[in-house]
Structure formats: structure tokens, C-alpha cells
Design a protein around this ligand. Structure first.
Ligand code: MEV
Length: 423
């Protein structure tokens, strides 16, 4: 089993971190080669992924350490431009480590497509007629993707709904599909397009939109972790974190930021593994409003031992087959690092990272605030922008933070002084 506890990573070079990863996971160095930009996504390969390619964008990939998810140690690559996200996730994973890390459950990979039928004279009766032909509709949908059916997936249910719109009542038919290891958009969209004619015939109306819903509320993953009061810095810190999370549950302004913190973790792993960040983000935010009021996606409470028990439930439509996950060399390396053999495992790891990210942010906010940690890392970026070379960055950043002014003009001034000192 991978031992994911790894301290001192911040003092290593990227190449040393990759070597350490090879030693700890049993991966081949070749499995990680694509993380070196010259061996990653080429412009020619990118030209096949999207249209009108003119280049590729580099985003840093950092390694989150210390994670245990369902008893298994796992290193998690995170693609993000935001300083302190990777360090914060690793810190929170360390706090949870002593209590066994993150425990997860999932509903399985169920996605839904919607078929909108307009101009139906008798919507209630149409709904009944559709349900009477449920098996035939499921069979018709499954003709689209026999391979998915062979793998144990496929359309499993048909759910007609009546939606009262400004344009009158629309009959909206959901195709409920087990998409196995795919994100599922292609499978469900094809099924919706294929069955829409039969559905509109049965309903006696006209098919219009045929598309998946990103509110993937049948593809939920839950993560739970116990953070001992001691690991957080004492019972008072745990209490303040609970107050912070309660604020987010009660107030949409705070909830949006609280959930953004969760997405800092989730989107970074979704992106690193070549999955669709917008689909996951749309799903999570829509799910946060599922009660009719936008609220926090996570919940913090004190358990019987006086420790903080944190939970998170989110839709997690990610896949391992299809999409960029298979065609992007860096995404392939990142999936290998996680070692996920199923989309379900990947989804659970991502959700655990979201919860860790959230705990780290709320702890920082409930104690010293986030600016000190942010500024230390931000100072490095400012130092580089001011022209500091690799061997000067740490010193310029340290002096910037000490000066209390993390600005480019100040960095230039400090750099000039440093160089004159070194003469
Ligand atoms: C910053 O990217 C994320 C936070 O604002 C999250 C939060 O407020 O919980 C720190």
C-alpha cells in the first residue's frame, strides 16, 4: 500500500519530487515523463483535441501528500495556478491522517439526459403513456451503446416529468443511465437524441432539447473525515471552525466563498485528470441550491469525542475513459499517480480533496486569516515577476513578507539591494 505521508516536499526540486514519487508508488519514471513540459502535450496533439489550436497553456501541477482515502494512501496531482492550494490540502490530509483519513461512499455512476417535448395536448396522459412504454424506451436507448451495456451499464430507467414553463407545460423525459467509467456525456446525449423521436411520438408532441443535465444528483459522492481537536490546534479552533461552517450554511454570500474553497481542491484534480471542470462545477453549485436556497456543500460538527467531524456530499461526474483523460498525456500520468482503476475511485479521491481543502481554508479563516500564508507564496510570484533568479527568489520573497509590502516595486528595490550586497 502507498504510504502517502511525505514531509519536506517543499524543500525538493520538481525532479526530486518525481523521483520520490517513483520510489513511493512503484510507478516507472516513464509514467511521469509527460509532466516535463517538453514531453507533455504537444501542439500537434492539442490540434486534435480542440479546434483552431494555436498553442498550449501550462498550468502548474502540484502533488498533494498525506491523503488516505478509504484506507488506501494516495498521492494526488492538482493542477492549479493558485498558490497555497496544494499545501493547504496536504496539511488538512495530515490532520486527518491520524484518524484514518477520509471515508467515502457513492451512489455509483448514474447520469441523466433530458428530452424536452413541447406542444403536448394532454401532458398528464402523455406522462402515463411514456411510463407504459418504459421497457421499450430503455431498450431503444441501449441500442445506441451496446459496449456500455456489455460492461454492465446502460439506460436503467425512464422518468417523465411535467415542467411548468412560461411557454406552458413541457413534458421532460429523463433517461437514467449507468455510464460506468465514462463521464458519460457522449453516451447519454446520444441516447437522448436516438430516443427522442419515439418519445415525442408517444407523447404526441415535438422533441426540442436533448442533452444531459449537469445536476448529476444521482452520481453523488460523500466524504467524511475526523479532525481531532489536537490536530487542529485545540478545541477552541475546532469550535471556531464549526462556527465558520455554520455561517456558510446560513448565508449564501459566505456559502459561495466556502464552496469556492471546496472547488479549489475539486477542480484542481478534475483538471489534472483531464476531466470537465465546468461540468463538475455546474453540478456542485446546482446541488448546493437543491433545497431552493444556496448553501454550503459541507457540514462540520463536533462528535462524541469532542473532535471535528466534517462531511461533504457532491455530484462528481468524472470519468477515466473518453474525453481528454485518455488523450492528454499529462492527464494519463496524473491518473497513474492516483492509481484509480475506476471512475468511482477517482471521484471519491477528488471529493476527499475537496473536503480537505475546505477544512484547511476554514481553519485558516477561523484562526490567523489566510493572508499571511497567501502572502508568503504570493511573494515568490512577485519576486519572479520582478526579475529574481532561482537562487534569489526565496530571499527576495522573505524580505518582501518581512517588509509588509508585497508589491512589484518593492520587490525590484529589494532585488537591487540584495544584488548590491552580494556585490
Ligand atoms: C480562496 O481561494 C478560497 C477561500 O476563500 C475559501 C473560503 O473562504 O472558505 C479561502
Amino acid at each position: 500500500m502507498t504510504q502517502s505521508r511525505w514531509s519536506g516536499t517543499k524543500d525538493l526540486t520538481p525532479a526530486q519530487r518525481r523521483e520520490g514519487l517513483v520510489e513511493r508508488t512503484g510507478l516507472d519514471a516513464a509514467d511521469l515523463q509527460a509532466l516535463e513540459p517538453t514531453d507533455g502535450l504537444t501542439v500537434d496533439a492539442a490540434d486534435v483535441l480542440i479546434e483552431n489550436v494555436i498553442g498550449v497553456l501550462g498550468v502548474p501541477v502540484g502533488l498533494a501528500t498525506n491523503f488516505i482515502v478509504d484506507g488506501e494512501g494516495v498521492f494526488v496531482p492538482m493542477a492549479t495556478e493558485e498558490p497555497s492550494v496544494v499545501a493547504a490540502a496536504s496539511n488538512a490530509a495530515r490532520w486527518a491522517h491520524a484518524s484514518g483519513g477520509f471515508h467515502t461512499s457513492s451512489t455509483g455512476p448514474i447520469m441523466q439526459a433530458q428530452v424536452q417535448i413541447v406542444d403536448v395536448e394532454d401532458p398528464q396522459a402523455a406522462k402515463s403513456r411514456i411510463l407504459e412504454r418504459r421497457d421499450e424506451l430503455i431498450a431503444s436507448a441501449n441500442e445506441v451503446d451496446p459496449l456500455l451495456v456489455k460492461l454492465g451499464g446502460g439506460c436503467v430507467d425512464i422518468l417523465p416529468r411535467l415542467v411548468d414553463t412560461a411557454d406552458g407545460i413541457h413534458v421532460v423525459v429523463h433517461l437514467v443511465v449507468d455510464v460506468r467509467d465514462a463521464m458519460g456525456a457522449n453516451a447519454v446525449n446520444s441516447m437522448a437524441e436516438r430516443t427522442s423521436e419515439l418519445i415525442s411520438d408517444i407523447a404526441g408532441g415535438t422533441a426540442r432539447l436533448r442533452i444531459l443535465t449537469n445536476l448529476a444528483d444521482r452520481r453523488l459522492v460523500r466524504a467524511r473525515a475526523v479532525f481531532t481537536a489536537e490536530s487542529l490546534g485545540g478545541p477552541e479552533v475546532a469550535d471556531r471552525m464549526i462556527e465558520g461552517a455554520a455561517f456558510a450554511e446560513a448565508d449564501a454570500y459566505r456559502a459561495a466563498t466556502h464552496n469556492k474553497g471546496i472547488m479549489n481542491g475539486i477542480s484542481a484534480v478534475v483538471l489534472a485528470t483531464g476531466n470537465d471542470t465546468r461540468a463538475v462545477e455546474a453540478g456542485c453549485h446546482a446541488y448546493a441550491s437543491a433545497t431552493g436556497r444556496y448553501t454550503a456543500l459541507s457540514h462540520f460538527e463536533k462528535n462524541a469525542d469532542g473532535d471535528l467531524e466534517a462531511t461533504l456530499e457532491v455530484p462528481m461526474p468524472v470519468g477515466l475513459v473518453g474525453g481528454a483523460t485518455r488523450s492528454h498525456p499529462v492527464a494519463q500520468s496524473n491518473v497513474k499517480i492516483i492509481g484509480a482503476e475506476s471512475a468511482d475511485r477517482l471521484a471519491r479521491v477528488i471529493t476527499a480533496v475537496g473536503l480537505a481543502q475546505n477544512a484547511a481554508a476554514v481553519r485558516a479563516l477561523a484562526t490567523e486569516g489566510i493572508q499571511r500564508g497567501h502572502m508568503t507564496l504570493h511573494a515568490r510570484t512577485v519576486a519572479v515577476a520582478a526579475g529574481a533568479q532561482a537562487d534569489e527568489v526565496s530571499e527576495v520573497a522573505a524580505r518582501l513578507v518581512a517588509s509588509g509590502t508585497v508589491r512589484s516595486d518593492k520587490a525590484e528595490e529589494i532585488l537591487a539591494i540584495l544584488r548590491s550586497e552580494q556585490g
